[in-house]
Design a protein around this ligand. Structure first.
Ligand SMILES: [Zn+2]
Length: 61
């Protein structure tokens, strides 16, 4: 009987599950699966100035 081999590991795929990268040009930062945006947190504010939407009224709770 032949021993079971561990088998070959799948090659690293740039588009693997949850392997998204920042949409900013030149940025290859991998996005977290919890990051619903298309850019990393560093570029999110630059690419999407209004990403966070309007700020809550100051002074009022
Ligand atoms: Zn980025």
């Amino acid at each position: 009987m032949k021993g079971s081999r561990p088998g070959k590991l799948p090659p690293p795929s740039p588009t693997s599950d949850g392997g998204r990268v920042c949409a900013a040009p030149g940025c290859s930062t991998r996005l977290s699966i919890y990051n619903l945006g298309s850019a990393c947190w560093q570029h999110a504010d630059l690419v999407f100035p209004n990403y966070r939407g309007k700020r809550l009224a100051e002074g009022k709770a």
